[in-house]
Design a protein around this ligand. Structure first.
Ligand SMILES: *Cc1c(COP(=O)(O)O)cnc(C)c1O
Length: 404
């Protein structure tokens, strides 16, 4: 039985070459990178130095600008809370987007309780930031703009250069959650006027539990207040014994990404396009969500109108792993806040599926997915009174549904 994994935006498998690089650092070279007095420590430190150079090289940064963390969630926290505390004398206003990852949004929410003023900007219908609204939102007390490079649900890529220029013009720090972009498309924070950038290994074929925060060291030299104290590791910005095997794996993953991203992106964009075309040719009322020009090569978010996504997934989810546009909260199934921010109604948001392809996705995977999901959609629509009404020409938007 084929098992197809199309949820690479949630996590990627570890590339076997990454695992090979990591293995010696669990037993043979198990030293603490902070042990300065013996060869066990020196070996570990050398391995971390090499990995730091590989990670820095992937994003065109200086090695000293890379702070290793436990992942992008921690990096987002360190960047936003760290700037808020470090620059409190300059101001307390932060600007971000409604479509950011929870690691950014929840961090901002917490800071609001500690005196921060946060503006959550709407996005346009295609998921892109409104640059005029951004510039208008900047105030005298604005210290930080936080905009993700690429969205995890839609793959939409924000105009980072233009945002960087606006931030530079107003002397505001620019932070980006680069998690979904780093290792997949060329990302260079310095070129784009980004001062802090969070990313993580497990979204780019590295291990889970290791990430990084890029912190600009020149023009300007940015500082963040540590959120973890105890020993002053990572230039005092993040204490704690370094996860040496994880960092070695992150470094290897970065080197592989640098060498292979162009080829991967080209191959995956063709498969992604095949998937979209296959659905559109076989089915009516299929909509791709978000801007289709400025987006990641391996992602598509598709609504199958009048089909409930969670139900649709049940028709194939033993065989195909992907995410729907609904999020399970404790009480109910909520439509994705990202899709709602794009202006999708609850019905279209609930009828969406996110397909995120990856390095190990094959053409056979895509063929199998098309076949299974087309069958599933047809099956669901055949059973649906709403679909029957649609086919009979009833204008469903004008129907007033009574709630009993
Ligand atoms: C996955 C993800 C995160 C969280 O990363 P972890 O390393 O799992 O903490 C943050 N931001 C975005 C955009 C993500 O996709």
């Amino acid at each position: 039985m084929r098992k197809v994994y199309l949820d690479n935006n949630a996590t990627t498998p570890c590339d076997p070459r990454v695992i090979d690089a990591m293995l010696p650092y669990f037993f043979e070279h198990f030293g603490n990178a902070a042990s300065r007095s013996h060869p066990f420590g020196w070996e570990a430190e050398d391995a971390v130095d090499k990995a730091r150079a590989q990670v820095a090289d992937l994003i065109g940064a200086d090695e000293k600008e890379i702070i290793f963390t436990s992942g992008a969630t921690e990096s987002d926290n360190l960047a936003i809370k760290g700037v808020f505390e470090m620059y409190s004398r300059k101001g307390n206003h932060i600007i971000t987007l409604k479509t950011e990852h929870k690691a950014v949004l929840d961090t901002c929410k917490v800071l609001e309780k500690k005196g921060a003023q946060v503006t959550y900007l709407d996005v346009k219908e295609d998921g892109l930031i409104d640059l005029v609204a951004l510039e208008n939102a900047i105030q005298k007390n604005t210290i930080l703009v936080s905009v993700m490079w690429a969205n995890n649900e839609t793959g939409v890529i924000q105009p980072m250069k233009e945002i960087g220029e606006i931030c530079a013009k107003h002397g505001v720090l620019f932070m980006s959650d680069g998690t979904q972009a780093v290792g997949k498309i060329p990302v260079n924070p310095r070129e784009y006027g980004i001062h802090l950038m969070a990313f993580t290994a497990h979204k780019m074929y590295g291990p889970k539990g290791v990430g990084a925060l890029y912190v600009s060291r020149k023009e300007p030299r940015v500082k963040v207040t540590a959120q973890m104290d105890g020993g002053g590791h990572e230039r005092g910005m993040r204490s704690g014994t370094l996860n040496v095997p994880g960092i070695v794996g992150f470094g290897k993953a970065a080197a592989l990404a640098k060498a292979e991203m162009q080829e991967d992106a080209l191959r995956l964009s063709k498969l992604r396009d095949k998937l979209e075309a296959g659905f559109k040719n076989a089915l009516e009322e299929v909509y791709v969500n978000g801007n289709t020009e400025h987006r990641m090569p391996h992602v598509t978010n598709i609504s199958f109108k009048h089909v409930e996504g969670e139900g649709l997934m049940m028709t194939f989810n033993q065989d195909i792993a992907l995410s729907s546009g609904s999020a399970c909260t404790s009480a109910s199934l909520e439509p994705s806040y990202v899709l709602v921010a794009l202006g999708l109604g609850d019905d279209l948001a609930h009828s969406s599926l996110r397909f995120s392809l990856g390095r190990f996705t094959s053409e056979e995977d895509i063929d199998f997915t098309l076949q299974s999901i087309i069958k599933g959609v047809n099956h669901m629509r055949d059973l649906s009174p709403i679909w029957e009404m649609y086919k009979e020409g009833v204008d469903l938007d004008s129907v007033v549904w009574s709630a009993h």
